[in-house]
Write a protein that binds this ligand. Structure first.
Ligand code: FES
Ligand SMILES: [Fe+2]
Length: 395
């Protein structure tokens, strides 16, 4: 077992950090506005002129492929502020507003204004679309709302090349889900930072959590990772994966790997699938879990390989939808508990869940740096390892 901590740890954030509007807006300013957010994949806008619209932190955005490049604009017209389009995706040779037909070029400048003379005098270059920074990491599309965003390399904490490889063309897009959850964004983040809930919540999917001896955490400044060795008791599942991988002419890797890059990006790789999750705050008690799931693309193009890919795809879609549903049921319960007038204690984080402690420290630190502190728990709920107060540690 390689947990950093030998003991359990205190919950660092008070309940109001999950419920208060004031905390939510300060957190949004100090953690999210300058950051990069993985909101799409290259496949979403794969043809020249294709677009996709989305919401990011209250901003309606449009991603548009132009001259082979993916660009991002505010999906709001500079004439009288109508959304350029209300469609979720489609194709436009020039960005055109649905209301009075103003057209914009790839720089976001106005290209054609119907009956332009009625707008005279109109100084050139004054009107145009607001543009945002876009960067690609493998097939993943990152957007930042900041004029001068933090460097994406820095935000990914040295894991950019790992993610580039993880989301390279060797993986085929399988499933994208924008899952709305009635819970604070940190509830969603903390939920994926621990596997301790697997046995209770994921009865139809993951079923069991691994014994501590198979789990390894690494904690860095902006990133934490979790690796789970392949387990003897999962041998039957591994053999099935090996069988399908052989049909597709690829090698199956059995080690499970999970990474979380602060503030809101998780990515993971299983034997035949990987996924990336972007957690987007909407309101103190509302978030979107934006999932993009990929499946391993084999080298072989034989009918057997295509058959194997189809079976894997069908199984993967079913598995991940069910896993999301299972989590989606319990997270509002966490939020409701956080919103209660009182809690039984300050809360407790086990060594197994220590990535949550690290995450909470990161949140506190960023808020302090931005001059907007958080009231930490008044009581220090660390129990001694003799576990007074009815706590029982079984590992
Ligand atoms: S609001 Fe867009 S053209 Fe009028
Ligand atoms: Fe879960």
């Amino acid at each position: 077992m390689t947990f950093a901590s030998k003991t359990h740890l205190p919950q660092m954030l008070p309940a109001e950090a999950y419920t208060s509007c004031d905390h939510f807006s300060r957190e949004s300013a100090s953690l999210f506005q300058d950051a990069w957010h993985c909101v799409a994949q290259t496949n979403d806008v794969n043809k020249e002129g294709s677009f996709k619209t989305l919401q990011l932190l209250g901003h309606p955005l449009i991603l548009w492929r132009t001259q082979g490049e993916i660009r991002c604009y505010l999906n709001v017209c500079s004439h009288r502020h109508c959304l350029l389009t209300g469609k979720s995706d489609g194709t436009m040779p020039l960005l055109k507003c649905q209301y009075h037909g103003w057209e914009y070029d790839r720089e976001g400048d106005t290209k054609r204004i119907p009956d332009a003379k009625s707008f005279r005098p109109l100084a050139p270059g004054v009107l145009g679309l607001r543009r945002y920074h876009v960067e690609l990491v493998g097939q993943l599309v990152f957007v930042s709302l900041a004029t001068k965003p933090t460097s994406l390399d820095e935000q990914l904490g040295g894991q950019r090349s790992y993610l580039e490889d993880l989301f390279s063309d060797r993986w085929a897009p399988l499933l994208t889900v924008a899952q709305e959850v009635d819970a604070n964004w940190k509830v969603l983040a903390e939920n994926v930072l621990e596997g301790y809930h697997l046995e209770e919540v994921h009865k139809n999917t993951f079923k069991k959590f691994a014994p501590a001896k198979a789990c390894h955490h690494e904690l860095f400044e902006r990133v934490t990772t979790y690796t789970e060795e392949s387990l003897e008791e999962n041998r039957r599942i591994q053999q099935q994966a090996d069988f399908f991988a052989r049909l597709m002419d690829v090698k199956a890797e059995h080690e499970y790997h999970h990474i979380f890059c602060y503030p809101n990006l998780a990515a993971s790789r299983m034997t035949l699938f990987n996924w990336v999750q972007t957690i987007l705050p909407v309101a103190p008690g509302k978030s979107v879990n934006y999932w993009q799931i990929f499946q391993l693309r084999g080298h072989s193009r034989t009918p057997w390989a295509r058959f194997a890919a189809a079976i894997i795809g069908r199984h993967g879609r079913k598995f991940f939808k069910e896993a999301m549903r299972e989590d989606g049921v319990v997270m509002p319960g966490v939020q409701a508990g956080m919103a209660a007038e009182d809690q039984p204690s300050g809360g407790l984080i086990s060594a197994r869940e220590e990535r949550i402690f690290h995450f909470q420290q990161f949140v506190l630190q960023k808020m302090r740096q931005s001059g907007s502190g958080v009231r930490e728990h008044e009581e220090t709920p660390i129990l001694s390892s003799s576990c007074e107060g009815g706590c029982h540690v079984s590992e």
